[in-house]
Design a protein around this ligand. Structure first.
Ligand code: AMP
Length: 358
């Protein structure tokens, strides 16, 4: 039984704490927002992430510290790491918070990606477009999430002004993938180096935000699961990683191209709450506390639907067999993730009917 510190008090922190209470763990969350989703289920320290005194207070209370978002300022890990184990470590954060470092690591590990080029100044744009081709996706190297900080360049007229349009900050230009579908794999590595992998799932995004996940991904090429596990293993080992990591992939019909990693529990793993033998949240906690990992086996067929912008009628959702409502305690706002529904069934056609109803 440990006291676990979490940097960030969003829904991921909330679901980590909810998964940890049955194991006897207690939680202290550092968040700048007193009304954060995790606040009702954890002690909170309300402070900025770079507040040294607050970080020291967190370390003094906890046996281990983890994080639930990748844009933790590096100073936070610098302060914490001398005082308390931080899992996953700072290297994973450094790599995952910069799209160019992430893609460079993919390349070093032999993990295929789209063609890409770093764009540090407006004058780099022409060479980047020549290399990556058009259409292409221009993204901020740092601090992008849910499709924010990116735009698609379709023709040469879109290139001028695009650098300043994204704030004249360091960018990456990626070739546009005409993908068949998006997949992701959630993997976990324990303190002893043991690894476990959830089945590949299929994700649908709209406007850059995840809307829907189907688990396991239907009609999977038999070699894809092994390939994705191989890529995830290489990343977990290169980063000397402890905890849950998600790898997002494009299936272009020929191969799996790595898009990005998330060094944390991930929205495409929420189905595991009811759809897998051990949830991603529990497995993350098991990993960072040095416990044996739990089975990642899927219990039948599952789907996850994000509730974005407004809250639907909770009774109508709970009336659907196999459906489970998870609300995050947030005030509705357009584009905001307010909760999700997981739904399970023993076979695909029953699941499809339930999803349709939802
Ligand atoms: P990201 O923030 O990189 O996960 O991008 C958000 C979403 O935008 C992805 O899930 C894709 O649906 C889409 N997207 C991102 N990069 C590309 C790309 N290079 N080609 C095509 N679609 C992309």
């Amino acid at each position: 039984m440990s006291t676990i510190g979490i940097l960030g008090g969003g829904q991921l922190g909330r679901m980590l704490a909810l998964a940890g209470h049955p194991l006897g763990h207690s939680f202290v969350v550092l968040t700048p927002d007193a009304g954060a989703p995790a606040a009702p289920v954890a002690e909170t320290i309300v402070a900025a992430y770079d507040d040294r005194a607050a970080l020291e207070a967190l370390a003094a209370r906890c046996d281990v510290v983890t994080y639930e978002f990748e844009n933790v300022p590096p100073v936070a890990v610098d302060v914490l790491r001398d005082l308390v184990p931080v899992r996953p470590g700072g290297l994973a954060l450094e790599v995952a918070s910069d799209r160019v470092r992430e893609k460079t690591l993919f390349g070093e590990l032999g993990i295929p990606t789209v063609p890409y080029a770093a764009v540090d100044a407006a004058r780099d744009m022409d060479a980047a477009v020549r290399y990556a081709g058009l259409p292409a996706v221009l993204k901020t190297r740092r601090l992008g999430y849910d499709g924010k900080g990116q735009r698609v360049l379709r023709r040469s007229g879109d290139v001028d002004g695009a650098f300043t349009g994204l704030g004249a900050v360091p960018l990456i230009l990626e070739g546009f993938v005409d993908f068949r579908r998006e997949l992701s794999i959630v993997a976990v590595r324990g303190l002893d180096g043991a690894t476990a992998f959830y089945p590949l799932v299929e994700n649908r995004h709209e406007g850059g935000i995840l809307r829907f996940t189907r688990a396991p991904a239907p009609n999977l090429e038999p070699e894809h699961q092994a390939k994705a596990e191989g890529y995830a293993t290489a990343l977990l080992e290169a980063l000397d990683y402890v905890g849950v990591l998600a790898l997002e992939l494009f299936d272009d019909g020929v191969e799996l191209l790595a898009n990005e990693i998330a060094p944390r529990v991930h929205n495409s793993g929420h189905w595991t709450l009811e759809g897998a033998e051990t949830s991603q949240f529990e497995n993350h906690l098991r990993a960072i506390t040095g416990a044996p990992l739990g089975s990642c086996r899927a219990r039948g067929e599952s789907a996850m639907i994000n509730l974005i912008g407004d809250a639907p009628d909770p009774l109508a959702i709970q009336a659907v067999p196999g459906a489970h409502l998870h609300l995050y305690g947030k005030t509705p706002r357009p584009g905001r993730k307010l909760g999700h529904v997981t739904v399970t069934a023993s076979d695909a056609s029953t699941l499809d009917a339930r999803v349709e109803r939802l």
